[in-house]
Design a protein around this ligand. Structure first.
Ligand SMILES: *[C@@H]1O[C@H](CO)[C@@H](O)[C@H](O)[C@H]1NC(C)=O
Ligand SMILES: *[C@@H]1O[C@H](CO)[C@@H](O)[C@H](O)[C@H]1NC(C)=O
Ligand SMILES: *[C@@H]1O[C@H](CO)[C@@H](O)[C@H](O)[C@H]1NC(C)=O
Ligand SMILES: *[C@@H]1O[C@H](CO)[C@@H](O)[C@H](O)[C@H]1NC(C)=O
Ligand SMILES: *[C@@H]1O[C@H](CO)[C@@H](O)[C@H](O)[C@H]1NC(C)=O
Ligand SMILES: *[C@@H]1O[C@H](CO)[C@@H](O)[C@H](O)[C@H]1NC(C)=O
Ligand SMILES: *[C@@H]1O[C@H](CO)[C@@H](O)[C@H](O)[C@H]1NC(C)=O
Length: 320
């Protein structure tokens, strides 16, 4: 090993000496640049881009508050009080009883969401934080609806790391499919650049959560007789029912015909038959996060509905 390293490093040094004069000439002649190639459509952010990206702000507020509170026991009002823009504080958010590994992961997720809000503010501006219901009771209701009966005792996401990560399974995935859905509709190059960057991190978060749950797939979630894998399947099925647009969401273990290339039961990532991420429209997302199956009827995480032109438009009674 050392011999190989020594040989390769002396080769490298000889190579560098040979090349250096020529390289320096080339670099100074061309000036390295880090700017992207100028895009063919010369619009940074279009008016419709603003609406689409602002819609995502609703989800980013939800994620930021859930992760900040869960990991640290306080939220945006303390961490970045300018970002909520005067919107009301979330209801029922609390510090979760997390082990160190989970708390470290969730702390990072939390600050990533704060960064996302700042990036969205710089590109499209923020509206006030909508009222968010992050109470144990709201999560308990979602898990009851997913299970098809009332869990006893009620599901409490703040109880322990496993329950918190199961509750987290409910959230970044909606951001992911929402960004995939918004992508083909964006026009401006700044909008597209931001969306790709946000999508990358949202899907990374979803992957971390799903891998964590996959490692524990067969474990029963105490004190229930339901395994981690069953919970993920039930939550995914609930979201498919609420959104009403077919299967766009799958648990961490699936029948092979729903796995990658129709072959795997392991479903660490949720994707279509080409293993391409599913996409959802704002209306589909609202039906799920309102928990009402109706984008005109607020509830669930957003007792008074989302903010911004798209969500407000669905709430506007004079439109239907
Ligand atoms: C490289 O950058 C320098 C300093 O900005 C500038 O004077 C020079 O013209 C540039 N050269 C090329 C080839 O663009
Ligand atoms: C949004 O960004 C602007 C700068 O473009 C800044 O002045 C403003 O304070 C930011 N707003 C929030 C809520 O962070
Ligand atoms: C968890 O982290 C805290 C503070 O960083 C430390 O005091 C404690 O020993 C850690 N616990 C475990 C089980 O590693
Ligand atoms: C939060 O959700 C719980 C469970 O659905 C509900 O009982 C409570 O009234 C909600 N809070 C608000 C302010 O909507
Ligand atoms: C799990 O518990 C529920 C409620 O107590 C019960 O209806 C169900 O049959 C149980 N399922 C299994 C697999 O034991
Ligand atoms: C997988 O199944 C779907 C239908 O469920 C089908 O459309 C698709 O062609 C199949 N893909 C492969 C690689 O067999
Ligand atoms: C609701 O729709 C009416 C008619 O289109 C419009 O005048 C009003 O500004 C809308 N309100 C909101 C909050 O979007």
């Amino acid at each position: 090993m050392m011999a190989i390293l020594a040989t390769s490093s002396s080769f490298l040094i000889a190579f560098m000496i040979l090349m250096s004069s020529e390289l320096i000439l080339q670099i100074s002649a061309t000036n390295l640049t880090c700017d992207p190639i100028y895009p063919p459509i010369k619009v940074p952010v279009s008016a419709t881009d603003v609406e689409l990206l602002q819609f995502a702000v609703n989800l980013e507020f939800l994620e930021a508050e859930f992760f900040l509170w869960g990991a640290l026991g306080y939220g945006l009002d303390k961490v970045a009080p300018e970002l909520p823009n005067g919107g009301p504080s979330p209801i029922g958010a609390q510090k979760a009883n997390l082990d160190n590994l989970t708390r470290n992961i969730v702390t990072m997720f939390a600050y990533e969401e704060v960064g996302h809000l700042r990036a969205l503010n710089l590109t499209v501006g923020l509206f006030p934080r909508p009222l968010l219901n992050l109470s144990s009771a709201n999560f308990a209701k979602i898990f009851d609806e997913a299970s098809g009966y009332s869990l006893v005792p009620p599901f409490d996401p703040y109880d322990d790391s496993l329950k918190y990560l199961l509750a987290s399974y409910v959230i970044p995935y909606m951001g992911l499919v929402g960004y995939v859905g918004a992508n083909p509709l964006l026009i401006g190059y700044d909008s597209k650049a931001l969306l790709a960057g946000l999508l990358g991190v949202e899907s990374g978060q979803d992957a971390v959560i799903r891998t964590y749950l996959f490692e524990r797939a067969e474990e029963e979630v105490a004190p229930y007789n339901i395994t981690v894998a069953e919970f993920t399947t039930r939550i995914s099925e609930l979201r498919n029912r609420l959104a009403g647009c077919g299967i766009k969401d799958k648990g961490i273990i699936v029948p092979p015909q729903l796995g990658a290339e129709n072959r795997t039961e392991t479903n660490v990532l949720s994707a279509n038959s080409y293993s391409v991420s599913y996409s959802r429209t704002p209306a589909e997302i609202l039906r799920v996060v309102y928990g009402t199956g109706n984008e005109h009827t607020p509830g669930g995480f957003y007792p008074q509905g989302g903010n911004g032109k798209i969500a407000k438009g669905y709430l506007n009674k004079s439109h239907y």
